[in-house]
Design a protein around this ligand. Structure first.
Ligand code: NAD
Length: 306
C-alpha cells in the first residue's frame, strides 16, 4: 500500500517510524520547513525505546501527487481542515482516510472532503514527543482502536494487519465512538485543569478541589456522550480515569506541554469546547466545560495565540 502520514509531528513520526519496518510505501507530509529539511538531510532520528535513524520520504502536503491507498491523519485538530484541503488530489476512489487525532468531531470535518465510505476513525494511546526538528522521542507501550464508517470490518482488515505488522497493536473496534469518547473524557478532565493550574496530574487529583472539578467535568462529558451515542460505560470510564491519574501522576498533560511549555494553541475546542457545542444542541447545560474552554481561550489570547 502507499501510505501517507498527513501531519508528521510527534505522533506522525511515531507511526512513520513503525510503518517504515513493513514493506509498505510510507510518505510523511508536513509543513514545518526545519523538520522537512532535517529529515531529508539526516533521516528521522528516533530515541527513547529506540536509538536509530530511519530514512523516510517527506514532503509538503501540496507536493504529494500520487494517489494514496491509505492516509493517516495526525495533525493537531485545528490544522485538520487545511490539511484535508491540501491533500484532496491524493484522495482517490479507493483511498481510505483514517483520523487518529485526539478529541471529538473530526468525522464531521472529514465529511467535507472525503466520502463516507472512505472514512475511518480511531483512537490511539501510543505516546510521542519531539526533541527538535527531525528528532522524535518514543517511549512506552500503546494501541490503536479503529473502525470504518460503513461498519464493515472485513473491508479494512488489511489496514489492521498492516498496523500489527508494524507492532502498533491495532484492533478493529465495532464501537469505536465509545473509545473516542473515553479518551476525550480523560483528556477533557485532565488537560485544561492541569494547564490552567500549572500542575501535574497527581497534584490535581491529590486535592479535594481538583477532584471536585474533575467530577464536574466528567459528569458533563458523560451526559453529552450518552445523548450522542446512547449507552456509555460511565463506571468503566471513571475507573479508567482514576487508573490513568495514578499511572501518569508525575506527568503534565499534553495541553500543558503545548500551551504553557511551548506557547502553542491547544485542542480545547475539540474537547471541552466540543462538549459545550454538542450539549447546546441537545439541551444539556455544561458550565464546567464552558468555564474550562473560556479559561484556556483566555490564556491562549494572553499569549497572543488567538
Ligand atoms: P505535534 O504538535 O507534534 O505535530 C502537529 C503538527 O505541528 C505537525 O505538523 C508538526 O510538524 C507541527 N509542529 C510540531 N512542533 C512544531 C514546532 N516546534 N514548530 C513548528 N511546527 C511544529 O502533534 P502530535 O503530538 O503529533 O499530535 C497529533 C495528534 O495526535 C493530536 O490530535 C494529538 O492530540 C494526538 N495524540 C498525540 C499523542 C502524543 O503523545 N503526542 C498521543 C495520542 C494522540
Amino acid at each position: 500500500m502507499r501510505v501517507y502520514i498527513a501531519g508528521s509531528g510527534a505522533m506522525g513520526c511515531r507511526f512513520g517510524h513503525s510503518l517504515s519496518k513493513t514493506d509498505h510505501e510510507v510518505i510523511l507530509l508536513d509543513n514545518w520547513e526545519d523538520h522537512i529539511q532535517a529529515i531529508r538531510e539526516n533521516g528521522l532520528k528516533v530515541t527513547g525505546d529506540f536509538d536509530e535513524t530511519v530514512k523516510l520520504p517527506i514532503m509538503k502536503p501540496t507536493e504529494a501527487v500520487e494517489v494514496a491507498d491509505l492516509i493517516i491523519l495526525l495533525t493537531k485538530a485545528d490544522q485538520l481542515p487545511k490539511m484535508l484541503q491540501d491533500i484532496k488530489g491524493i484522495i482517490g476512489e479507493q483511498t481510505k482516510v483514517l483520523s487518529l487525532l485526539n478529541g471529538l468531531g473530526h468525522a464531521t470535518t472529514m465529511r467535507r472532503y472525503v466520502p463516507d465510505e472512505s472514512i475511518m476513525v480511531g483512537v490511539t494511546i501510543w505516546l510521542a514527543g519531539l526533541k527538535g526538528p527531525g528528532h522524535a522521542h518514543l517511549e512506552g507501550p500503546g494501541s490503536i482502536f479503529l473502525q470504518n464508517m460503513s461498519g464493515d470490518g472485513q473491508a479494512v482488515a488489511h489496514i489492521v494487519d498492516m498496523f500489527n505488522q508494524a507492532g502498533l497493536n491495532a484492533t478493529y473496534d465495532e464501537n469505536v465512538i465509545e473509545s473516542i469518547w473515553r479518551k476525550a473524557c480523560v483528556n477533557g478532565v485532565m488537560n485544561p485543569t492541569c494547564t490552567i493550574m500549572d500542575c501535574t496530574i497527581g497534584e490535581l487529583f491529590g486535592t479535594e478541589g481538583g477532584l471536585n472539578l474533575v467530577q464536574g467535568i466528567f459528569k458533563e462529558f458523560i451526559a453529552v456522550a450518552r445523548a450522542e451515542v446512547g449507552n456509555i460505560d460511565e463506571e468503566g470510564i471513571w475507573k479508567y480515569i482514576m487508573e490513568t491519574s495514578k499511572k501518569a501522576s508525575h506527568h503534565y498533560p499534553s495541553m500543558h506541554q503545548d500551551l504553557i511549555q511551548h506557547g502553542r494553541k491547544t485542542e480545547i475546542d475539540y474537547l471541552n469546547g466540543a462538549v459545550v457545542f454538542k450539549g447546546k444542541r441537545v439541551g444539556i447545560s455544561t458550565p464546567y466545560c464552558q468555564m474550562m474552554t473560556d479559561m484556556v481561550h483566555a490564556k491562549e489570547a494572553m499569549l497572543g495565540l488567538r
